[in-house]
Ligand binder design. Structure first.
Ligand code: TYD
Length: 227
């Protein structure tokens, strides 16, 4: 079966992924591509409920294993309901976070180790791999400050008691471990992962992303095979 292209965005909270994924979606559409934009956790009705459970700071005492399995439950739903059908229809799927996030946050950050994460990925996700991963790693301190400020702003503007602050409340050492694990993924899979490190302007990062994507879309629609 002909397939589209599966592109994931990764990085720490506040790394500018959301801005960049939206910009890339606009650029791709302008160039005539059909795009599906989604995110994890979330992106389906079931996934949005799992997301609320995972990110709300009121979810106290959630164990790292429970957290990891919920991330995969969300992903299983998203792959079946959204990602695979879109790829099969020849679309370019842009996904804000995928299994690299679980490897970095639960494997590295929560210190569960990467073997369990990769094994679950094989079992639950049929080992589906992105064609390209854009890993944004600006400096740790500015990213975290941006993420914490943004989530506080959203939480205080919301009338309901729910928020998305649970991860941002972690200490910096947690995010340092995540960053280190992301760097290991980039070193291990250089053909898939394009690492954009350091602080650059939004425009500069967009240009680097477009260059990486342009290389991959040249052959799109010419018979790339679904794994
Ligand atoms: P989100 O608000 O989407 O963060 P961002 O906009 O920075 O991507 O929240 C997602 C949070 O969930 C983020 O802190 C990373 C975390 N996460 C994991 O810990 N493991 C995972 O597998 C995924 C997909 C996300």
């Amino acid at each position: 079966m002909r397939r589209g292209l599966f592109i994931t965005f990764e990085g720490l909270d506040g790394s500018g992924k959301t801005t960049q994924i939206n910009r890339l979606a606009t650029w791709l559409k302008k160039h005539g591509h059909r795009v599906l934009l989604t995110r994890q956790p979330g992106g389906t009705a079931t996934g949005d409920r799992i997301r609320a459970l995972l990110l709300d700071s009121h979810s106290k005492g959630m164990t790292p294993l429970c957290e990891m399995v919920l991330m995969f439950a969300d992903r299983a739903q998203a792959i079946a309901q959204v990602i695979k059908p879109a790829l099969a229809a020849g679309k370019i799927v842009l996904c804000d976070r995928f299994t690299d996030s679980t490897e970095a946050y639960q494997g590295g950050g929560r210190e569960l180790g990467i073997e369990t994460v990769l094994e679950l990925h094989r079992l639950v996700c049929s080992n589906l791999q992105p064609d390209l991963t854009l890993l944004l790693l600006p400096g740790l301190e500015p990213s975290l400050a941006r993420a914490r400020e943004r989530n506080q702003r959203i939480a205080s503007a919301k009338k309901s008691s729910g928020d998305e602050n649970r991860f941002e409340q972690e200490e910096n050492a947690f995010f340092h471990r995540i960053r280190q694990q992301y760097l290991k993924i980039a070193a291990r899979e250089p053909a898939r992962v394009v690492l954009i490190e350091g602080d650059h302007s939004i425009k500069e990062v967009h240009e680097q992303i477009v260059a990486a994507v342009a290389e991959r879309i040249t052959g799109l629609g010419t018979g790339a095979i679904h794994p």
